[in-house]
Design a protein around this ligand. Structure first.
Ligand code: NAP
Ligand code: G4F
Length: 346
């Protein structure tokens, strides 16, 4: 019998890569999707399998993290071996505009999932998508022992979810892990996160479709890695003999302005000629410096990020240029294809 996985947030960046990874390992994958008046499955459309086919291993179910009874019913119905909880209102700036909603979905949504596991009595392993944002104002490098100092409604909601997962592990003996992940990006990153926003603008400027790029704070440091490597870390966490919380990152931090510099350099343009600051993108409280100390993940899982900052920017700018047919498919990085032969390029 194939192992059964349930993924919340399957339509997001990480959910799509994780689905590919698990399908490549022979899992049956069930995903929670939100009902919307327009399609929201673009990131997994290339993986679609006809539910009438007996060999189908990908199943999608309508549901929402705000709906406890639906979550509990899905546990009875699916009986998953592994649960990857990635669903969240995941945008930090937006969380200042929607603190109530963010607390409900990102914080309480996790508790609803934990309760669904407990009430259904299904014996499964749980991965919770914790975040380096929880470290907030704590000085770098941040590791498993660094105190949390959340600086946004999103980060505060993640801290609540994180501690609830730890509590259910202790109180009910649940095999539950918090993966404290630093920023990870890819061509599938949401368009409003800074990495994708910059790379998309670079290609659109070259194509003559955009004249200016409006950004907020350029002086924050982030530890940016490549998302497919991080979903491998999620899977590894659930294959261990015991559950523990671990930090995932590259260990190297760069400024937002360095990301800009690197991305524009690929098309031989000077970012200073195109970028303007719009205070709308400033956050009431900013996290100045996130830099991981991922040594425990290396020790326990032999996990290590291998894609460098320069490679990441190249991958992302390259994908945007190809999407606008400004560069041909052969320009794809062959060494990268060999390293990540499990994921498909939609
Ligand atoms: P993402 O692209 O924003 O995906 C979020 C997913 O959550 C989407 O599938 C979204 O569905 C779903 N979702 C949102 N609200 C929901 C609700 N009420 N009920 C059910 N599903 C809901 O995020 P990501 O970058 O893949 O990140 C995955 C997880 O890791 C998130 O929890 C994020 O907070 C966390 N995280 C991410 C990073 C990072 O750098 N990417 C780092 C640390 C932690 P729709 O497609 O319908 O919107
Ligand atoms: O790309 P960002 O929005 O990512 P942020 O806030 O670091 O959060 C991401 O990573 C977290 C892990 O550390 C996740 F938990 C979270 O779900 C999300 O995936 O912003 C990065 C930096 C910030 O300092 C921001 O102020 O870029 C700065 N920035 C400057 N101009 C901007 C912009 N960010 C966005 N989104 N848009 C701008 O125009």
């Amino acid at each position: 019998m194939p192992k059964i996985a349930l993924i919340t947030g399957i339509t997001g960046q990480d959910g799509s890569y994780l689905t590919e990874l698990l399908l490549s390992k022979g899992y049956a994958v069930h995903g929670l999707i939100r009902r919307a008046s327009t399609f929201n499955t673009q990131r997994i459309d290339h993986l679609y399998q006809d539910p009438h086919d007996v060999n189908t291993r990908l199943f999608l179910h309508y549901g929402d993290l705000s709906d406890s009874s639906r979550l509990t019913n899905l546990f009875y119905q699916i009986q998953p071996d592994e649960v990857y909880h990635l669903g969240a209102q995941s945008h930090v700036r937006v969380s200042f505009d929607m603190p109530d909603y963010t607390g409900d979905v990102t914080g309480l949504g996790t508790v609803r999932l934990l309760e669904a596991i407990r009430k259904s009595g299904v014996r499964c392993r749980l991965y919770q998508a914790s975040s380096s944002e929880m470290f907030g104002g704590s000085p770098p490098p941040q590791n498993e022992k660094t105190p949390f100092q959340p600086r946004s409604p999103y980060a505060a909601a993640k801290v609540y979810a994180h501690w609830m997962v730890s509590n259910y592990r202790e109180a009910y003996g649940l095999f539950a892990c918090n993966g404290i992940m630093f920023n990870h990006e890819s061509p599938r990153r949401g368009e409003t996160f800074v990495s994708r926003k910059i790379c998309r603008a670079v290609a659109r400027i070259v194509a003559g479709q955009q004249k200016k790029l409006f950004l907020g704070n350029l002086d924050a440091h982030r530890d940016w890695g490549f998302a497919p490597e991080y979903v491998e870390g999620m899977w590894l966490m659930l294959q261990q003999n015991s559950a523990r919380d671990l930090v995932f990152g590259t260990g190297v931090a760069h400024l937002v302005r360095e990301f800009l510099e690197e991305a524009f350099l690929h098309v031989n343009l000077k970012w200073q000629n195109y970028v303007e600051i719009d205070p709308r993108y400033f956050r009431p409280t900013e996290v100045p410096l996130l830099q991981a100390d991922p040594s425990e993940a290396k020790r326990h899982l032999q996990w290590q990020a291998t894609v460098t900052f320069k490679e990441l920017v190249k991958i992302m700018v390259g994908a945007e240029l190809r999407a606008l047919q400004l560069s041909d498919a052969r320009s794809q990085d062959a060494s990268l294809d060999a390293r990540f032969n499990w994921f498909k390029k939609p």
